[in-house]
Structure formats: structure tokens, C-alpha cells
Design a protein around this ligand. Structure first.
Ligand code: NAP
Length: 315
């Protein structure tokens, strides 16, 4: 089967031929019809988890995917061949990812069935970005009328987070370039902050001198400094970082809850999000659908930024 792999940490992704995976006890073999691209995919290939978990090389990149179960291993009771499924496919050791024609999943893992009306490309765009957005908005402790800044709102996580926060009754301040302003407002943003004209925290501080209720920071990198965003918050507020950039201890001294969020999809959350996507209550903008052989070039482009939605690889 064809797959996109790295042969060591930090090497260039390559399209290659690999033996067909064989489902073991409790496992499913899934024909991947679409694989969602996330920044985490190249962070893993670069070695972000090298000291935390085992890896297997050649490492098939990618985590998010959607496809059809083609074979089940011994003891599988929850799924059968022909089921349309989606979720996060990367399992330990890191290496059996979704940028491939086939991959394996644990029947008790981070997968769920897809409603018939949801295309594979839409399903593949959901797992990491929309689950993270859903869990980040929950962690932000929003109440009706709260003012909530999403820093990095124009990307995959941010666009879903706008919708969940607006549904929770928050007034969403969303960062984004002017070309995306109408789209972000349409998703539920109350105001759009052009982060290219002046620092976001200065613009928000000028408009909200009384302080705001919560921030979701998708931009400050690991080891970065969230204090400019924290400086916007009133006592009792919440700062959620997806890049482990908050210092909860320091924030607690100001009566602010700091949360370093790592997404943890469950089958139940995935099923709920698939239903929201089916009903149109959760919208995901797909920027590009690219064939598997273009994945290495797509990854290189995605690393340079200006994500305005999700990219999906179609093996
Ligand atoms: N902890 C977890 O479980 C978890 C899960 C998912 C994602 N993440 C992390 O969360 C971050 C966001 O993920 P994503 O999938 O949404 O990424 P993405 O699709 O690449 O989106 C990032 C967005 O941030 C915007 N941006 C860049 N610099 C900015 C700035 N200074 N101010 C405001 N916006 C800025 C980008 O706009 P331009 O491209 O126009 O610059 C882009 O639209 C990534 O670092 C990712 O690794 C963590």
C-alpha cells in the first residue's frame, strides 16, 4: 500500500510502498478515504514526543482519518466490515498513521461511526481540531454574555471554537486577517481582530479596559509567554493554551485559572461531533483536498502558515 512516511525524526516526508497492515486482536483494518492534516502531524515527525512515547520507523504520518472497515481482527465485536468510521488513528508506538491507503484502529480506541450524510472529507477534518475546540471551550467555563478572545481563531481549531463558544452564549473576539473576517463573523464571531495591524492584546485592552472573561490561546508556542494575553483577564477568568504555554501556578496568584489542554477524544465525543456536522450545526471549511502523492509538498506548505481552514489528503 502507498503511505507517506518519515524514516527518522526531522527527515523529509516521502511517499513509499509498505506491506499491508494486518489487524491483530481487537483491531480493525480501515481503508482510508480521507486524512485530515494538523500541525501536530509534523510536530510528531519532528520529534515532539520523542522523549515521551515509543516510535516505529518508517513512521506513517498523520492521525485524523475517515474510511471504511475492510477487515476485523479476532475478538472485534463493535465494528464490522463495511462500517464508515472516523477518528484519530495514531496509536503506540507512534507510526501507523492516517496518511496511507490503509491503517489500523483499536475497536475501543478513538474512533466512531460516521452518519451516512457526512462525507469522508468532512469527517477527516474533525477529530483533532474540532475535539480540541470542543474541549477548550468547555475548559474556558463560559457563561452567557462572557467576552471570550480566541487567539488564532482563523485556523482549524479556532473556527470550530468560535461556533462552540457562540452557542454557549459568549461574545467571541476572533483574530483573523481581513480576507477571513466575513467568514469568521458568519461562524459566530462578534468582532474580528486583525492581528497583522497591531498586537492583539493591545487592541483588546483598548476595547475592553474592564477586562475579559476568558482567552483561548492557540498561537503562543510551547515555552512561550502568555502573559500579554493573561494581562487582559479579570480576576476569576480562564486562560486555555493548546501549546502548554500557560503557567497555572503564576495565574492562580491572580485568581485566574490556567489550563494547558491536551485533547482526548472519546468515541462518545466523536459521535456527538459527527452528528453536529451532519445537522450543519458544526461547519468546517475545507481549504484543499490533495492526493496522497502531493502530501509531502502539502506538509511543507502548511508549515509556512496561512491556514484558513482544513486541508484533507485523499489517498
Ligand atoms: N494540545 C492539543 O491537543 C492540540 C490540538 C490541536 C492543535 N493544537 C495546537 O494548537 C495550535 C492551533 O492548531 P490549528 O490546527 O488550529 O492550527 P492552524 O490550522 O495552522 O491555525 C493556526 C492559525 O493561527 C493563525 N495565527 C498565526 N499567527 C497568529 C498571530 N500572531 N495572531 C493570531 N493568529 C495567528 C494562523 O493564521 P496565518 O496562517 O494567517 O498566520 C492560522 O489561521 C497549533 O499550535 C497546534 O499544534 C494542540
Amino acid at each position: 500500500m502507498k503511505a507517506v512516511v518519515v524514516t527518522d525524526f526531522g527527515t523529509h516526508p516521502l511517499l513509499t510502498d509498505l506491506p499491508m497492515p494486518k489487524p491483530g486482536p481487537g483491531e480493525l483494518l480501515v481503508r482510508i478515504h480521507a486524512a485530515g492534516v494538523n500541525p501536530f502531524d509534523w510536530k510528531v515527525a519532528d520529534g515532539a514526543l520523542r522523549d515521551a512515547v515509543p516510535h516505529a520507523f518508517p513512521l506513517v504520518m498523520g492521525s485524523d482519518g475517515a474510511g471504511v472497515v475492510v477487515e476485523t481482527g479476532p475478538g472485534v465485536t463493535r465494528f464490522r466490515p463495511g462500517d464508515r468510521v472516523y477518528g484519530q488513528f495514531m496509536s503506540l508506538p507512534q507510526g501507523h498513521g492516517s496518511y496511507a491507503e490503509y491503517t489500523l484502529a483499536d475497536q475501543d480506541g478513538k474512533i466512531a461511526r460516521i452518519p451516512e450524510s457526512v462525507p469522508f472529507t468532512l469527517a477527516a477534518a474533525l477529530p483533532t481540531a474540532s475535539v480540541t475546540a470542543y474541549q477548550a471551550v468547555e475548559a474556558a467555563r463560559l457563561e452567557e454574555g462572557h467576552t471570550f478572545l480566541i487567539n488564532g481563531a482563523s485556523g482549524g481549531v479556532g473556527q470550530s471554537a468560535i461556533q462552540f463558544a457562540a452557542r454557549a452564549g459568549a461574545r467571541v473576539l476572533a483574530t483573523g486577517t481581513p480576507d477571513l473576517a466575513d467568514h469568521l463573523r458568519d461562524l459566530g464571531a462578534h468582532a474580528v481582530i486583525d492581528f497583522t495591524v497591531a498586537p492583539t492584546h493591545e487592541q483588546v485592552a483598548a476595547a475592553h479596559p474592564e477586562g475579559i472573561d476568558a482567552v483561548l490561546d492557540l498561537v503562543t508556542p510551547t515555552g512561550g509567554d502568555t502573559s500579554p494575553m493573561a494581562g487582559l483577564l479579570r480576576a476569576g477568568a480562564t486562560l486555555v493554551s493548546t501549546n502548554f504555554a500557560t503557567d497555572p501556578g503564576a495565574l492562580a496568584a491572580r485568581d485566574i485559572l490556567g489550563v494547558n489542554l491536551g485533547n482526548s477524544p472519546t468515541a462518545e465525543t466523536l459521535s456527538a461531533l459527527a452528528e453536529l456536522a451532519a445537522s450543519g450545526e458544526l461547519r468546517v471549511r475545507i481549504d484543499a483536498e490533495v492526493p496522497l502523492h502531493e502530501a509531502p509538498a502539502t506538509i511543507a506548505k502548511a508549515r509556512t502558515g496561512h491556514s484558513t481552514g482544513k486541508t484533507v489528503i485523499v489517498p
